[in-house]
Design a protein around this ligand. Sequence first.
Ligand SMILES: Nc1ncnc2c1ncn2[C@@H]1O[C@H](COP(=O)(O)OP(=O)(O)O)[C@@H](O)[C@H]1O
Ligand SMILES: [Mg+2]
Length: 265
Amino acid sequence: MPLAIEHIRRMRGGAQSHLMRCEDENYYVVKFQNNPQGTRILANELLGTRLAARIGLAVAASSVVEVRPEMVTLTEDLVVQLGRGRVPCTPGLQFGSQYPGDPATTSVYDFLPDEQLREVENLADFVGVLAFDKWTCNTNGRQAIFLRVRDSERYRAVMIDHGFCFNAGEWNFPDAPLRGIYARARVYDGVRGWDAFEPWLARIEQRITEDVLDEIAREIPPEWYNFDQEALYRMMEQLLRRRKLVRELILSAKNSTRLPFPNWT
Ligand SMILES: Nc1ncnc2c1ncn2[C@@H]1O[C@H](COP(=O)(O)OP(=O)(O)O)[C@@H](O)[C@H]1O
Ligand SMILES: [Mg+2]
């Protein structure tokens, strides 16, 4: 497991994550156990990212990252800001989302204007990740980062931020029609019918088994869910059952007032 050896900078966002360099020579965006959104979002990140990868979505590589107490003590910036107060980040095992490359030379973008969105080579992943977000009931807006494809005008989208899958710390599934829809409708221009979703629905049903969930669960440090294994398994059981629900959830998005798929007629 990578050990954090250098603090680079604070990142934007509600979880107050930090960009850190690790001993494996990779950089990670690290979310801490005592982040303001709750400890369980670390478990959600690991489970969500692994599941998304299993169904073939472009996600950032991720890992459990160790941050030693000395690192926190010696780094003034490693604090969580709460109202007017601040507390040190909890040392120990944290969630790390790997930065794709060296941050000094590789730019990533949180948003692309519509014009550039057309140049994203894997736009179909937004269709797949909608099926995924419906399945996992991601109660936060869909988030992706964009990278320039080497020597071209094109971009590649990488899905990030799975902290609010399974409804954040609640571990329940309050489904709603517009939940999970990406803020820029353009990414769904290619959707003309069920065909766009079928491969993703099939992968969710076929590739995600009890064994797969078990395997991922064993990777999650138990302190990320307060050692409540029963709650974790209850949530994962629901997840298995919900595989069959995704189609219906997509249909209610399609029929919603916002008409997210203008070319699906
Ligand atoms: N793997 C990654 N590579 C590069 N940047 C990332 C990565 N993961 C997150 N970020 C950046 O860090 C910010 C915060 O991460 P995010 O997962 O969205 O946390 P939050 O839960 O606080 O919103 C993102 O807006 C993005 O700019
Ligand atoms: Mg975010």
